[in-house]
Ligand binder design. Structure first.
Ligand SMILES: Cc1ncc(COP(=O)(O)O)c(C=O)c1O
Length: 397
């Protein structure tokens, strides 16, 4: 029998105001939607928070003195990326960083390129009355989703100002190669386009053969035109605490970004700095176990859904989000169908890819297995209905 892991422990989140669980508060539906993990936060992070709470002041806060060094060490250790302290701009979230970028760098009439399927907030970060969002879909090549370079070449023009990238990619789980990043940087450089690279999933590569390269580190010639957005929030399950950061080496871009950010965003809360610092300083062993557990959960999704007619689990390299092609079910509303069978998934439509489903598998394996069991029963119901219908058609003839 395999050894019990701390990630196997089921802890109820009902009545804690959890966004993920409240959606189905009055229904027997297991939630596998929003990207938030059902694992308790690592002990060193909880301990740091408890210590900080002992001091009864929670006012406006500047980052701890060593905060920039802690981030810099993490980026150097993980990605061999050398970042200077002054390049870091603290933010209360990555999504606000996307919105700030649109406002800081895109005058009226500019075009912003995004590549669906993509994390849905990419569609809403700009100001529709000022900028035009241009959607250039990713395509599947050799079994993974990547940029469609001819389509990108065709879409870029003199008005293109910003490319909003997601790397590693949510929802397809792609970890982009150096070559893919270089091609994109070359195109952006040719058109004078600023790249905003959302790398919130950088620490969540589960494919041991894949490696994440920060876009700015991979493409040094383009680095002064890149805004990198990062956070410890996904990996260490502290998204509700609101600590993220932008890395901007170009002083002019940084000044413009900071000016907009300061005018519309709240500052980072004290507990948020505290948790992020503890995550980077002491959360390494927990993260290693997490990645291992997530890889096991992903294998479980693949194994349980293999051979289920109408569902294809696509290969992913990073994130804790399975990307499932459900076109074969022939359903208009696959999300609603599975909800009716007790499983709460995200609809592909949300990310710009109809008839797909996204399944968040960051939960104890027993919960995941129950969800997958329900999904199989649901599809079997569909098949038996189909049989009954074709049977009755035969009898009418
Ligand atoms: C690609 C991506 N960016 C940003 C976010 C959310 O970032 P934040 O909560 O820091 O605004 C998510 C959450 O799932 C995400 O997947």
């Amino acid at each position: 029998m395999s050894e019990e892991s701390e990630f196997d422990t089921v802890i109820t989140r009902r009545d804690t105001g959890s966004l993920k669980w409240e959606r189905y508060r009055h229904r027997d539906v297991l939630p596998f939607w929003v990207a938030d993990m059902d694992f308790k936060v690592a002990a060193p992070i909880r301990q740091a928070l408890e210590e900080r709470l002992q001091h009864p002041f929670y006012g406006y806060t500047v980052p701890p003195e060593d905060m920039a060094d802690v981030v810099i060490a993490h980026l150097a250790d993980e990605f061999h990326w050398q970042v200077k302290p002054e390049w870091i701009v603290w933010l209360p979230g990555v999504v606000p960083g996307l919105a700030v970028s649109c406002r800081a760098f895109c005058p009226d009439g500019d075009e912003i390129v995004v590549n669906p399927p993509i994390y849905h907030n990419f569609f809403d970060a700009h100001e529709p009355q000022r900028q035009t969002l241009v959607r250039v879909p990713l395509h599947r090549q050799d079994g993974r989703w990547t940029y469609d370079m001819p389509a990108m070449e065709a879409a870029f023009n003199d008005k293109t100002r910003l490319l909003m990238m997601c790397s590693p990619h949510n929802p397809t789980g792609t970890v982009f190669t150096l070559e893919e990043l270089h091609r994109m940087a070359e195109l952006c450089s040719r058109y004078g386009v600023i790249m905003v690279s959302d790398e919130i999933h950088a620490d969540l590569v589960i494919d041991t053969q894949a490696r994440h390269y920060p876009t700015a580190a991979a493409c040094p010639a383009m680095a002064d035109h890149i805004i990198t957005l990062m956070s410890a929030s996904k990996t260490w399950n502290i998204a509700g605490l609101n600590c993220s950061y932008a890395i901007i080496s170009n002083p002019d871009l940084r000044r413009r970004f900071r000016a907009v950010s300061q005018s519309i965003l709240p500052s980072v809360p004290p507990l948020a700095y505290c948790a992020t610092r503890a995550a980077y300083l002491h959360g390494g062993p927990w993260r290693a176990e997490l990645l291992n557990y997530l890889a096991g959960n992903y294998a479980c999704v693949q194994a349980q859904l293999a051979g289920v007619k109408g569902l294809v689990v696509e290969p992913i390299q990073a994130t804790f989000l399975a990307w499932i092609d459900a076109r074969g079910l022939g359903l208009e509303d696959a999300k609603g169908f599975f909800e009716d069978h007790g499983v709460g998934l995200s609809a592909g439509e949300q990310f710009g890819q109809p008839h797909y489903l996204r399944l968040n598998f960051a939960c104890p394996r027993s919960v995941l297995e129950e969800g997958l069991r329900r999904m199989k029963i649901a599809v079997a119901t569909l098949e038996s209905q189909g049989d009954a219908e074709s049977g009755s058609a035969v009898s009418r003839r």
